[in-house]
Design a protein around this ligand. Sequence first.
Ligand SMILES: [Zn+2]
Length: 289
Amino acid sequence: MPSRSSTVRIGTEAFARPTEWFGLEDCEITSRGLSTPAVQRLIHARSAPPVPKWTPGKKQDSAQDTRAQELIRKLLYARRTDSIALAESVCNEATSLTWVSPRVQEKMDAAVRSGRLWAEKQIADRQQLFASLERAVADQHHGKVRRLLQLAKAATKDDSSESVNHVITAATDYLTTVATARKKHLNTLLDDLDGSPQYMDPDLFYAKVLELLHAARTVDAISPQRRAQVEAWRKRSGVPAGPDQGCPRCGAGNWLPCLVDTTADEVQGVPHDERMRPIIEERKERQRA
Ligand SMILES: [Zn+2]
C-alpha cells in the first residue's frame, strides 16, 4: 500500500521557470503572507543592482563583449590609418576591460598583442625618419629634406608634440631659405644680363643664358613675369626651345637642372660643363654652316 505523505508543499511559479516546491518548514510568514525561498530569491534579485557578469552558455553577447568587439575593430582602423595614438589608447582601454567572455577575451588579447608590436615598430620607424630628416637638414641635402619632410608630416598628422614640431619647423625653414636663395640667384642672373654691355662675347652670352635657363628650372614657383623674361633671353640667344639632350655627367634630362654627382636628388647651382659644351659647339656649327 503506497504511503501517502501528509506533508504540505508550497509551490512558487515564476515567469519562464518550472514551479519550485518547498516544505512548510522552509517558508516564512511575512507582511505579504506566506513566502517560499524562491520568492525570497526573486525579491532579492529585483532589489539588488544588476551585476554585469559573464555566465557560461549564455547565447547573447554581454555589453562587455560588445565593447571588446568594438575595440578590436577600432584597433584595426587605427592601424589602417597609421594612428599610433589611437592604437595605444585602444590597447589601454582593452586591457582594463573586465567581465569579457573567454572566447572574446582571447581574440581581444591577440589583437592587443599585435597592436602593441605594430605601435612599437611605428614609433621606431618614426624616430629613424626624424633622425634622417634632422641629418639631411644639417647636411643641407635639399632634395632629401623635401622628400623626408613630406613623409614626416604624413606620419605625425596626429602628433603635435614639441620635439616633432621642432624638427618639422627646422626642415620647413631650411627649404624656405633654399627657395629664397634660388629665387635670388635667378634674379641676379637676370640683372646681370640686363646690365651686360651691348656687345658681349657670343659664347659667353650663350653660356650665361644657359645658366639662366638652368637657374629658372631650380625655382619651384616661378612668377609668370620672370618666366617671360627668361624666355625673352632664350629667344635672343638662340638656345633651342625643345627638349635638350640632357646631361651626360649627372643624367638630368629635358632641361631639368643638373644634379650634384654624389647624391641622386641634389640640384646644383651651375649646369655641368659636359652639358653646356655640346650646346655651345652645336651653335658654332650652325653659325659656320
Ligand atoms: Zn649635369
